[in-house]
Write a protein that binds this ligand. Structure first.
Ligand code: C2E
Ligand code: CA
Ligand code: CA
Length: 399
């Protein structure tokens, strides 16, 4: 089913956007006229007047720079928004070279239209960047095919008694001859090239299979039901029918949706809130729990907390790192936990490294935590061993 964008109406004199604002969409004029103007050295110049069939604001589809001009309706207008998320979805299936070259061409186009003359260096750098990304993309595709990626599992514990509640699955890539590649680097390239779809499905499949084995171990140790928390990128959330694909991946791997939590960052949600809400409702209706990752780092508005079917907030580790000495951070974490209680959301503190941080969080009523204090992300065999050691009656679990 093709989802058509909703028409937006603006009245004469109204601004569609102003120079300097951030944006995530271009517009196709269905009716009316739009004036495009730009301010430079304190002077406002009208650049053009656009009419039916024209497109404006298209630069924001390719980069995240502020708007370089102001768009104002001269008449009552109807506009068809074209969101960046929609374009990314359409480009999702194009091959990486096409996507990267398109980006390069468009960035040159932006340079050619801007007042400042671009230095050749900036193009050179772009080319080098494109070449490096292409290289990583090619190797990553091969690594996926050759099963060279791994998933590590970081325990998530209850702060009251430090018993195990679940794991977060984290992708690892040990690149041949190059060594370990930091996840943010290869995840970014995977998102850029559309490889995030097969990568995301693979991580989900592997971690569902691992969960069966970890749960079997947990059953023997009488630990109770575990959950597996898996990161989902914007590119996955917005890809048509991916929610259904993720559900079948979980079922085919023998897990139940009730065992799975999916972690989504605030910024990923807000690129296209309507599409995000649609995908999340499909997942939630099947019993999957949804968590906001890195809570507090992405976005200042909080209204999305009731717009989306959320279960958990993961408090970003930058807040936890400053506990317990930093009084304002302590107050902030207390406020986030209060918010969770009010909104009936579970809370997980990330990046707990020190016993004092765990104690402060426990005192504030935070239920769950993960961090180096308890365990680093571990290969599955080590995670199983950790589970056994942790639950051995005689063991002195000082952590
Ligand atoms: P994240 O989701 O916030 O994952 C938590 C990161 O914090 C992990 O880094 C983990 O190793 C690290 N960490 C855990 N405990 C501590 C601690 O006590 N102190 C400190 N300083 N760090 C801690 P990692 O594995 O390098 O992953 C980085 C990011 O890459 C993740 O951040 C996530 O955004 C992304 N990522 C990793 N795997 C996947 C994946 O399979 N899919 C997607 N979409 N993203 C992934
Ligand atoms: Ca995460
Ligand atoms: Ca996080």
């Amino acid at each position: 089913m093709q989802i058509l964008p909703e028409i937006q109406c603006v009245t004469a004199g109204e601004y569609v956007f102003r120079q300097g604002e951030m944006g995530d969409r271009a517009y196709l004029i269905e009716s009316g006229r739009i004036e495009i103007s730009a301010e430079s050295s304190g002077e406002t110049r009208v650049l053009s007047v656009l009419k039916q069939g024209d497109v404006f604001g298209e630069m924001t589809l390719i980069d995240s720079n502020p708007r370089s001009a102001t768009a104002k309706a001269l008449d009552d207008c109807s506009l068809v928004p074209i969101t960046r998320a929609l374009v990314e979805t359409k480009l999702g299936n194009a091959d990486p070279l096409t996507r990267l070259l398109l980006k390069l061409v468009l960035s040159r186009y932006r340079d050619s239209r801007s007042d400042t003359t671009p230095t050749p260096i900036s193009h050179e750098r772009t080319l080098q960047q494109v070449a490096a990304e292409l290289n990583i993309a090619t190797e990553l595709r091969q690594a996926l095919q050759d099963n060279e990626l791994e998933v590590h599992y970081q325990p998530i514990v209850r702060l009251t008694d430090q018993t195990l509640a679940g794991f977060e699955a984290l992708a690892r890539w040990n690149q041949r001859n190059e060594g370990y590649v930091p996840p943010p680097k290869f995840i970014a390239v995977a998102e850029e090239t559309g490889l995030i779809l097969p990568l995301g499905r693979w991580v989900l499949e592997q971690s569902c299979l691992a969960l069966q084995r970890l749960q079997a171990q947990a059953d023997m140790a009488d630990v109770g039901d575990l959950f597996m928390s898996i990161n989902v990128a914007a590119g996955q959330l917005y890809h048509r029918d991916e929610a259904q694909t993720l559900l079948s991946t979980i079922k085919d791997a023998g897990a139940t949706p009730q065992q799975i939590k999916l972690e989504i960052t605030e910024t990923a949600l807000l690129e296209d809130p309507q599409a995000a809400a649609r995908a999340m409702e499909i997942l939630r209706d099947q019993g999957i729990r949804l968590a906001i990752d890195d809570f507090g780092t992405g976005y200042s508005g909080l209204n999305y907390l009731y717009r989306f079917p959320l279960h958990t907030l993961k408090i970003d580790r930058s807040f936890i790192a400053r506990l317990p000495e930093d009084e304002s951070c302590l107050r902030l974490v207390r406020a986030i936990l209060g918010l969770c209680r009010e909104m009936n959301l579970a809370a997980i503190a990330e990046g707990v490294e020190l016993p004092e941080q765990a104690a402060a969080l426990r005192a504030l009523g935070c239920e769950l935590a993960q961090g180096y204090l308890f365990a680093r992300p571990l290969p599955e065999s080590e995670a199983r061993r950790w589970l056994v050691d942790k639950t051995r009656p005689a063991a002195d679990n000082a952590a």
